[in-house]
Write a protein that binds this ligand. Sequence first.
Ligand SMILES: [Ca+2]
Ligand SMILES: [Ca+2]
Length: 282
Amino acid sequence: LQLQSDHCVDPGIPVNGQRHGNDFYVGALVRFSCDAGYSLSDPEPLECEPNFQWCRPLPSCDALCGGYIQGNTGTILSPGFPDFYPHNLNCTWMIESSHGKGVQFTFHTFHLESPHDHLLVTENGSFPEPLWRLTGSTLPPTLSAGLYGNYTAQIRFLTDFSVSYEGFNITFSAECGSSVTGMQGVLLSPNYPGYYGNHHECIYSIQTQPGKGIQLRARDFRLEDDDMLKVFDGSSNQARLLGVFSGSELQDNTLNSTSSSMWLEFISNAENTSKGFQLHFT
Ligand SMILES: [Ca+2]
Ligand SMILES: [Ca+2]
């Protein structure tokens, strides 16, 4: 073993996190990141200073009490997870997704003191009348929140003054598109009649009665030229392509399938959006 006096000592790795950088010489920078659901206590890198000391203590990765989460996927952990959560919490997470259709929550861990500690889920911020009130230790099924045209969902975690458990580990993902079964219906682009977002890849599937074809009529169809809707005559994108449409190419037009299903893919690129589409099928 050779002591390297021109180096700082190994700064370590935060629990529930990673270190990026393995050089500890004077002037070296090491950065850190956290596992999903955890926040870094200090995002600045550590620098090894000329006195062979790091400029700051090792940051920590913490599961925080509430926050604002923007994105189409994410993780929500009870404060302190996987350690027992604190007493007297009132934590609110606001989830905002650009994907338009809604947010689906999947529960991986769920262990709360019933009935005193509980989780409220809303899609309109109305906690007195939540969509769900969850407590106890039974893993809830996958839940959806955030109706069409409403991009946000909120989760609130309330705990009382005694007894706590492991808490929760929830992931969410936002979905656009839809899967429709029936004789008639309407398909809307994300956020319609508002402008759709960038980076969409939405899949719509229609299934009608066996033996019956589908007639799809575009009551409204306004895409940017760099965005497109692909329509297939069948139940996947391996079926016959009925067309690829951009701009206003499908406006007031009708497409007919020979099969009893139709598969649509709406793809928007990184820039320029428009009103989107309102498609009626019978
Ligand atoms: Ca409690
Ligand atoms: Ca575009």
